[in-house]
Design a protein around this ligand. Structure first.
Ligand code: COA
Length: 366
């Protein structure tokens, strides 16, 4: 058995396939590039949920139901938000989600889909001493997230955020999805399963990487020498954030989708931070330097750019602070987690692997 379960197949799924050698991501029969170019997040939620819930409505009705769920989550949790706001934004979101009912039905799934998108802007505003902005049930999911944040919800920015949510909606049996399926396999409710996914996503080796990408870009800019900074980092045994993947041996296809989104934003003047354009040019230089340094430092491993590198630039341009990047990742991935949890509940068996005992044995008493 490989340490880290590399190459172990732990589930059959109809949801997504990660082709690590070819650099392709398929989600329910559609390529990532097709979904990112033509689908809205609400439509992708329907694609993922299809077959796993009774009475799943059509696209337009489901998007409306997600809007209603945003309002319901806001009204349910608003009384508790002031208590949660002093926590780290990720912990506060997780604590808020833990208060939701723990059933397996469509209403539970919709509340959970809505929750990260509602809680993140509300908690951010409270932590800045501002009043939360209530969701608008009739708005598009991504556009409403930006409106609740109080930032510029230009159509271009809303489209960029929507494409991000689509891009990260599901990705095979990654650590957080596996954690979600383990909990769902015990027939615990969806909220319990999603909390497991949230726990796993938080780590810097998984969904916690994009915040440190911004810190890295700032530190490299201050140092004035990207290659030297990166070489020092690796010499100290540190990992370069936004690079490397367990499955991809070529460039993560999500990186290119998100880079194109950031490029489009940078070409427009109405981005909230105005940073996308200048950040992108610098980030491209750093990316090339990192690929060169990693190729020399780790010749035995093909370490390429992963999704988190351009996620950081996109979410920064959308007006989210670094500490909330993983929350926004969760807002996209939650639909994939829910679909996997349901697939596991419906088609799977309780996940209960074995461990090999390598500790001391008790003295045998005669
Ligand atoms: N920077 C420097 N070295 C890296 C690296 C990175 N980003 N990613 C992998 N490596 C190196 C490891 O140090 C190790 O080198 P060694 O054999 O000399 O010890 C080798 O590559 C294999 O690493 P391993 O931890 O076995 O690979 P993995 O499959 O578990 O790695 C990640 C996957 C994502 C955990 C890893 O690439 C990483 O930590 N990346 C940075 C964090 C990140 O961007 N996470 C988001 C992922 S989408």
């Amino acid at each position: 058995m490989a340490n880290g379960l590399d190459d172990v197949v732990a589930a059959d799924t109809v949801l997504s396939d990660v082709d690590g050698a070819g650099g392709h991501l398929t989600i329910r029969g559609h390529s990532l590039t097709e979904l990112a170019a033509h689908w809205r997040y609400g439509q992708v939620v329907r694609l993922l949920f299809d077959g796993f819930f009774d009475e799943l409505p059509g696209d337009a009705e489901l998007e409306k139901a997600i809007g209603d769920a945003r309002v319901e989550v806001f009204e349910r949790l608003q009384p508790m938000l002031t208590e949660l706001a002093p926590l780290h934004i990720y912990s506060a979101m997780r604590a808020g989600i833990a208060l939701l009912p723990d059933g397996d039905g469509l209403a539970d799934a919709l509340r959970l889909t809505a929750a990260p998108a509602v809680l993140t802007p509300a908690l951010l505003r409270l932590s800045r001493g501002k009043k939360p902005i209530a969701p608008d049930a009739s708005a598009d999911h991504a556009a409403d997230m930006l409106k609740m944040l109080g930032g510029t919800a230009s159509p271009a920015l809303a489209k960029a955020l929507d494409t991000y949510l689509v891009t990260v909606c599901d990705h095979g049996l990654n650590a957080s999805t596996f954690a979600t399926r383990v909990v769902a396999s015990t027939q615990a409710g969806l909220t319990s399963a999603i909390l497991a996914g949230l726990g796993a996503l938080k780590g810097p080796l998984h969904g916690g990487a994009p915040g440190p990408v911004i810190e890295m870009l700032d530190a490299i800019e201050a140092s004035g020498d990207a290659a030297a900074w990166l070489r020092d980092e690796i010499a100290r045994g540190e990992r370069i954030m936004g690079f490397g993947h367990r499955i991809y041996r070529v460039r993560d296809p999500r990186a290119d989708v998100l880079k194109a989104v950031v490029r489009r934003l940078g070409a427009r003047s109405q981005t909230s931070s105005g940073k996308a354009g200048s950040r992108l040019a610098f980030a491209e230089t750093v990316e090339q330097a990192a690929l060169d340094v990693l190729r020399i430092a780790k010749p035995q491993r093909s370490i390429q750019t992963n999704v988190e590198f351009y996620t950081a630039l996109l979410l920064e341009a959308a007006g989210f602070p670094e500490e909330a990047f993983s929350n926004v990742f969760a807002a996209g991935r939650v639909a994939g987690w829910i679909a996997h949890a349901r697939e596991q509940q419906v088609t799977g068996r309780m996940i209960r692997p074995q461990s090999r005992y390598v500790g001391p044995v008790p003295d045998l008493v005669a």
